[in-house]
Structures are given as C-alpha cells and as structure tokens.
Design a protein around this ligand. Structure first.
Ligand SMILES: *[C@@H]1O[C@H](CO)[C@@H](O)[C@H](O)[C@H]1NC(C)=O
Ligand SMILES: *[C@@H]1O[C@H](CO)[C@@H](O)[C@H](O)[C@H]1NC(C)=O
Ligand SMILES: *[C@@H]1O[C@H](CO)[C@@H](O)[C@H](O)[C@H]1NC(C)=O
Length: 455
C-alpha cells in the first residue's frame, strides 16, 4: 500500500515538473502599450478614404493608414461595416497596432489571406469594444463545395505581438493561422465557422506563444499545434461543436517540444485531443494535457500514428516522448465503439514516457468502454502499467492491446457549460451570424484577462 502511494506521489511530482518545464518562457505580447502608441500617432482608415458602407473596398485605405502608422502608431478601423475586396499584406511594422472596432466583410473572391500581417514586431491587433469582427461569408463557397476561398487572418514572422478581443466568422478556409512567430499572446476570441472540415479555428507553428480564452465552433481544428513549435501554452479553450484540439498532422522531420494544453472544455466534437500522423520522422517531446473536460465527443484522448485520413509519409514514425495526460473527466458518446483512451503509436518508433494520471471518463451509451494501446510505453516508475500502456524499458513494438471497462470510474462526472449547443445550429448554406464573446471559456473560470468592453 505504502509503496503504491509512493509510486503515485513520485509520478505526480514528475508530472508537475514536466508541466512547469513545458510552459512559455519569458514574456509574450507587445512591448509598447496602446496609450504610448496612440500618443505617437493615430491613423483612422476613414481619413484615408474608407467608407463604412459595407460596399466600398477598403484595401487601399487600410494599406495607406498602415504606411502612415507602421513605424509607431495605431491604425483604427472604427465601428461600422467595411468591405474588403482585395486582400492586404501589412508587412514590416514596428511598435504599431491595428484597432478593429468595426466589422470587415469579405467581398473579394481571391484565395490566399484576407489580412496577412508579417515581418513586424511589437504589434497588437485588438478591438477596444470586444465587438470587432471579420465576416468571411464562407457559406457562399461551401454551399457549392468550393474550397478556393481565402483564410481570414494569417500572421507570419511576427515577434512580440498580441491578438485579442476580436471575433472571426465563417471563413471560406482556415480562420487564423500563425506561423514562424515568436513571443505572441492570443486571447479573448470567438471563432465560428461552417459545419465542415478544412475550416480550422487556430493553427499555430511558432515559438513561445500563449493562447488563452478562445471559443471555437466549426467542424475541424479547434486550437492546433503544428511542427515546428516550441514553448506553447494553450489554456481555457471552449471547443463548442468543433473538430477538437490537436497536434498535427505531423510529417517528416517533426520538431515539437514543450507544449501544454490546460483547462480545455470540449463539447460535441470529433475528439478532446488528437496527435495525428502516419509515418514520418522527428520528435515530439514534453507535452502536457491537463484538466480536460469533455461531453458528447466521438474520441477523447486519441493518439493515432496510423491516421487513415493522412497519406503515409516516408519514415518509421514520429517519436513521441514524455506525454503527460492529467486530470481528465467527463463522458464520451459511445465508449465501446470509441473508447476514451486510444493510443496507437508507430511500431517503428514506439512512444515513451506516456503517463496518464487522474483520468476518469465514462460512456454516455451502454455500459462498457475500451482503452486501446499499441507500441505505447509508460515511465518505468509507473508499475504496474496503467490503462493499456506497457511498462518496461525495452520499448519494442506491440500489437493493439485492448482493455474493456465495465463500470464507471469514480469521479468521472464533470460540469457542462451554459452555452453548449444542443444541435448543430448552422450548416454551410446560410449566412452565419456573428456571435457575442462568451463570458467564460472553461467551467468555473473567468477569462485570464478582462474582456474588452466589459468594464
Ligand atoms: C528543433 O528546434 C529547435 C528550436 O526550437 C532547434 O534549436 C533545434 O535545432 C531543432 N532540432 C532539429 C532536429 O531540427
Ligand atoms: C482537475 O480539473 C478540474 C477541472 O476539470 C479542476 O477543477 C481541478 O482543480 C483539477 N484538479 C487538480 C488536482 O488540478
Ligand atoms: C457556442 O454555443 C452557444 C449556444 O448556442 C452560442 O451562444 C455560442 O455563440 C457558441 N459559440 C460560438 C463561438 O459560436
């Protein structure tokens, strides 16, 4: 008994140490306050020819305002509806901000990125009222099964920046992707897309990024990390009828480390967390998946290194090492069909250091659930091995091993959110309304930073 307690205690300490080392390092976000930037200069796009009529293209007004304010200043898009017909690239700013209090409506039809912000530093994209939005009218493409439209927002090679208190709606393609960036903070955002794949919420591959208090409604990636990435902290995310959060798809020469997801609430999604690959090479080190609540999801923990939706990539498989799964509660749709633990590691690169602690989930249908593992190894100190994981240090490949559970684990019950969607509210053929910002993104917690306009 005592030795078992000690084993559990040492596992918990190991997990805590891992959790700390996986956080962001140093500061994230802009270096200069909005007040100081305003004191330098303010460039209101309506002074550069923009009209809030929802029809006149604002691209040149926005670009001209940026040119005037990009070396220190705030570009302002005031309240009102503004048409964007030609996509803009805002490149090379320093100590600037983009204040989006109005709504940008997509009127153009090109592919690419409606707004691309790149090669800049000390930047802030925000709404002072919490009502700024981009409306992509993606349904105009989706109703014709057309995937040629743009993403709404892309950040590339930005450092020391933040994006907050804005809403992204119905992107023709991905909503927000952030790549090759450093020291950024993204928070207080609502993202609502159509009910089909390929309309990702947030995709990030970068270094030292803090993403928190985000709600995503769509049917693909909620907040997803791709390679290469290092030091990414994602917390207080509400995947509200979504694909769910994930890592991947991971292909060749993967280089991902120190990634923490914490306080993640997933409702009616494809999974609570998925790591997906098929073949490939490289490593994923030090991942913490902590305090997850799920209800009504197909999969829960889903590590699939033979992911059939992905074409196999050359290589023995991506090596996953030190994956800490802590404190998961809630229910899955059908635990006999799709159990709450599915860890299928590559036979050519068995997973090592997979630890599952305080995991209590139960099925919403029937009275059994299945845990399945393949070539997945837990840490040596976790003996006897828990769930379907193998112990030992030989790390040889093994075939799928299933454990069937016939009674609910203690303490699986978990709260729901008042805003949970009862059914899929909008599809792909009609305009999607702009939501209001939720007041909470995880049961029992407030946003880590106050919502804009909430004084
Ligand atoms: C992985 O990325 C880190 C920076 O995040 C870099 O220092 C390291 O060299 C990379 N490793 C490989 C194998 O590419
Ligand atoms: C486990 O997660 C729940 C939220 O689901 C949280 O309230 C609780 O404090 C967590 N427990 C620990 C030990 O962190
Ligand atoms: C999530 O669902 C609720 C309930 O319908 C809704 O009010 C909320 O706007 C949804 N979230 C998003 C981001 O659409």
């Amino acid at each position: 008994m005592l030795s078992q307690l000690l084993l559990v205690a040492s596992a918990t300490i190991a997990a805590l140490v891992a959790a700390q080392s996986a956080d962001i390092t140093g500061s994230v976000g802009p270096l200069t306050s909005i007040a100081l930037k305003q004191a330098v200069k303010t460039c209101d796009i309506t002074d550069y020819g923009a009209k809030a009529d929802g029809k006149t293209d604002i691209s040149s007004a926005l670009t001209d305002a940026f040119t005037a304010c990009k070396s220190g200043g705030v570009v302002v898009i005031p309240t009102g509806n503004y048409a964007l017909g030609i996509w803009v690239s805002l490149s090379g700013g320093n100590a600037w901000a983009l204040q989006l209090d109005g709504t940008i409506l997509r009127t153009g039809t090109a592919g690419g990125n409606m707004i691309m912000i790149q090669h800049g530093t000390d930047f802030e994209l925000f709404s002072s009222t919490g009502k700024g939005a981009m409306q992509g009218y993606g349904y105009e493409y989706h109703k014709n099964s057309d995937t040629s439209g743009p993403r709404l927002l892309r950040m590339y090679e930005m450092t020391s920046f933040s994006v907050h208190d804005i809403t992204l709606v119905d992107s023709p393609l991905f909503h927000f992707s952030m790549d090759t960036c450093d020291s950024g903070e993204v928070y207080n955002m609502a993202i609502r897309g159509g009910n089909q794949g390929g309309l990702d919420g947030i995709d990030v591959w970068s270094t030292n990024i803090w993403i928190h208090d985000i709600m995503v409604t769509n049917k693909d990636e909620c907040v997803t990390v791709k390679s290469p990435s290092k030091n990414i902290l994602v917390e207080q995310v509400y995947c509200n009828w979504s694909g769910g959060c994930a890592m991947g798809s991971l292909g060749a020469d993967v280089n991902v480390s120190d990634i923490t997801y914490k306080n993640i609430y997933t409702w009616s999604s494809n999974q609570m967390y998925m790591i997906k690959s098929n073949g490939g090479s490289g490593t994923v080190d030090n991942v913490v998946l902590e305090n997850f609540i799920g209800h009504g999801n197909a999969y829960s923990l889903d590590i699939d290194q033979y992911w059939s939706s992905m074409k196999a990539v050359a290589g023995d498989g991506v090596q996953l090492n030190n994956i800490q799964v802590l404190n998961w509660t809630g229910t899955e749709t059908n635990g006999a069909q799709r159990g709450p633990i599915k860890i299928l590691c590559a036979d050519g690169a068995p997973c090592t250091g997979v630890d599952i602690t305080d995991f209590a989930m139960w099925t919403e249908t029937g009275s059994t659930q299945v845990y399945q593992c393949q070539s997945a190894y837990t840490n040596l100190h976790r003996s006897p091995a828990l769930f379907c994981l193998s112990g030992g240090s030989d790390h040889v490949a093994y075939e799928v091993k299933k454990t069937t559970v016939t009674s609910a684990p203690a303490g699986y019950e978990a709260p729901t959110m008042a805003d949970d969607l009862a059914s899929v509210p909008w599809g792909t053929t009609e305009e999607i309304p702009i939501p209001t910002m939720p007041t909470s993104f995880f049961p029992g917690t407030l946003p880590l930073k106050p919502l804009a306009g909430s004084s």
